[in-house]
Design a binder for this molecule. Structure first.
Ligand code: GRG
Length: 297
């Protein structure tokens, strides 16, 4: 699969998610309709749908039904959107722009953005728990358990706390890796693991895919740090240069531009190496590994 086909495959994943979201996000003609409008603003705001794509492509390796993986991928994108909405709030990263347009609290207001984030997270679990997501209760329970761990205080929320505290901490590469593994890596890892859970695959296969996801998660974060330094606002759709301004340690500030790029490339090669047990059916995952460091936003 070349880059062009990967872009088509990402668009197809987006289409699948948009279709599911259209079904669940019906705006009632009532006061609470505002929060659903706000959720739609965020969910239909032009994200890459990378996590959905990883979930879908992993599930496809194990012949999971589209009706099942489309719902799980949608739940993951809802949770990811919640994290971005809350991250942009004045109390957190305080960013007025996201995906090239006003962030949710700017387009609506702060209270609506907090509520929309809360409702996106709860919608994610509502979708995951529904019996349409998987016929087997045990599989749904495993999905919900893994999802909770990835998102909670030992995963993304914990990573965000760690990140907010980081200007006062003197982070070395090991500590920064741990922070990013929690903040960004945990949901990326779960996106791949969700495909394994739905496919009910043996532990050995699951471990290989977890190792792949771990490496692309870290490469993704290094690429994000590089974009913050090298890209302009039009490219990344948010305010660049924020890491340096906030005094946060990043892979670029620790390693320098060139070593950070080398490290990202090394992680991508390592990630692709983990997939050697698969044939061409895993080409989309191989392409995705390369894409995380060549993406422009
Ligand atoms: C508020 C609980 C809470 C958590 C926030 C993920 C996160 C934690 C904050 C986002 C901050 C940030 C910019 C992290 C860098 C990596 C990242 C998650 C980028 C955004 O993900 P993309 O590029 O977004 O996949 P799109 O717009 O494509 O969906």
């Amino acid at each position: 699969m070349d880059t062009l086909n990967l872009e088509t495959a990402l668009k197809n994943a987006s289409g699948l998610i948009d279709q599911r979201l259209g079904e669940v996000l019906v705006v009632p003609d009532a006061p609470e309709g505002r929060v659903i409008e706000a959720m739609k603003y965020t969910l239909m705001g032009g994200g890459k749908r990378l996590r959905a794509f990883l979930c879908i492509q992993t599930a496809k390796l194990f012949n999971v039904q589209e009706a099942n993986y489309a719902r799980v991928a949608t739940a993951i994108e809802c949770a990811h959107s919640y994290s971005l909405v809350h991250d942009d709030l004045p109390a957190m990263d305080d960013d007025d722009m996201r995906r090239g347009r006003p962030s949710l609290h700017k387009a609506f207001d702060e209270a609506t953005a907090i509520l929309a984030g809360d409702a996106l997270l709860t919608l994610a679990f509502e979708i995951m728990a529904d019996e349409k997501t998987h016929p087997r209760k045990a599989v749904r329970l495993d999905l919900i358990s893994g999802f909770s761990k990835a998102l909670g205080a030992r995963g993304m929320v914990g990573g965000q706390m760690f990140d907010l505290m980081s200007p006062e901490l003197e982070l070395d590469a090991g500590a920064l890796t741990r922070l990013q593994k929690m903040k960004t890596g945990a949901l990326i890892e779960f996106s791949v693991d969700a495909g394994c859970i739905m496919g009910q695959v043996p532990d050995a296969t699951r471990s290989v895919l977890t190792a792949y996801a771990h490496d692309i998660g870290l490469a993704f974060q290094i690429a994000d740090d590089l974009l913050d330094v090298e890209a302009c606002q039009d490219d990344i759709g948010k305010t660049p240069g924020k890491d340096e301004a906030s005094g946060k340690v990043t892979f670029v500030s620790l390693l320098g531009l060139n070593r950070a790029k080398d490290q990202a490339r090394m992680l991508v090669e390592q990630a692709v190496g983990h997939l050697e047990i698969f044939g061409s059916e895993a080409d989309a995952l191989r392409e995705a590994a390369h894409y995380v460091i060549i993406r422009g936003h």
